[in-house]
Design a protein around this ligand. Sequence first.
Ligand SMILES: [Zn+2]
Ligand SMILES: [Zn+2]
Length: 317
Amino acid sequence: MKTQSAVLPIEKISILSSLPFFGVHLMCLAALWTGAHTQDVLVCVGLYFFRMLGLTTGYHRYFSHRTYKTNRVYQFLLALWGTLCTQKGPLWWAAHHRHHHKESDQPGDVHSPTLRGFWWSHTGWILCAKYNQTRYDQIRDFARYPELRWLNKYHLLPPIALAVSLFFIGGFSMLVWGFFISTTLLWHGTFTINSLSHVYGRQRYKTTDTSRNNWLLAIVSMGEGWHNNHHYHQNTANQGWFWWEWDPSFYFLKVMSWLGVISDLRVPSPAVKYAHLKYSPEVRENLRRPRFRKALVSQPVSEQASVGPPLSALLEG
Ligand SMILES: [Zn+2]
Ligand SMILES: [Zn+2]
């Protein structure tokens, strides 16, 4: 019997159009020649967190979920900030993400690790020509702004400008550390939310998917690791709902609201936040034993989706 974990025939990694992605990874090796100067490493780490913040507060919490309001100028700056992450345009990113929430871990979810395997959910789907286009049907609200459509089309200009600036400021070693290594780390830091946060961690809330809360991923992603909270109620500006749930993206949003740049930050109502306290003992027990692992145990090894197809099987040709 065929399982849903099989990647569709049209879902192959396009080698040619993925060359820049592999090229950025390869360029990281240049650090073996340049060495690691303190200022270059600091720029690498600084740009990692600075750009992650743009991604979480802009591409994710604003464009994908509209969890707060702002003016048109800051809206554009958020889009511009997000493009520096080299993860395509704001409309492309947000539209695909909205679709993920609609179909989480269902056959239509293009990056479900439980259905399609780890590699596909982590990077495969991004490198697949089938998903290159912006799903305008999912993002009509923001697609009406011409400046966002323009930036969505020319999304590579800001990161190229960043790379060139780094080269002129600090030479080749700053380019390698500040752009290539920082961007590679940023990519994989972001991708873990699609892959690992649907596999490892705890489930506090009952959802129809495998989303988890994971403190380590919350550190890496500046607060996005509380993925079970987020899937349970996706329209809140905060994803860490309790004081111990590290969510620096929300702390930043709070400061911006005090400054008057943004407003109407949505937070979970007590009924949402404390919904888990009303669960029956059976439901609590079920949440303690994640469905993903249970499903694996009950499946024959050949059909286990956790491993997914080997990376070679995803390549074109
Ligand atoms: Zn998810
Ligand atoms: Zn989301």
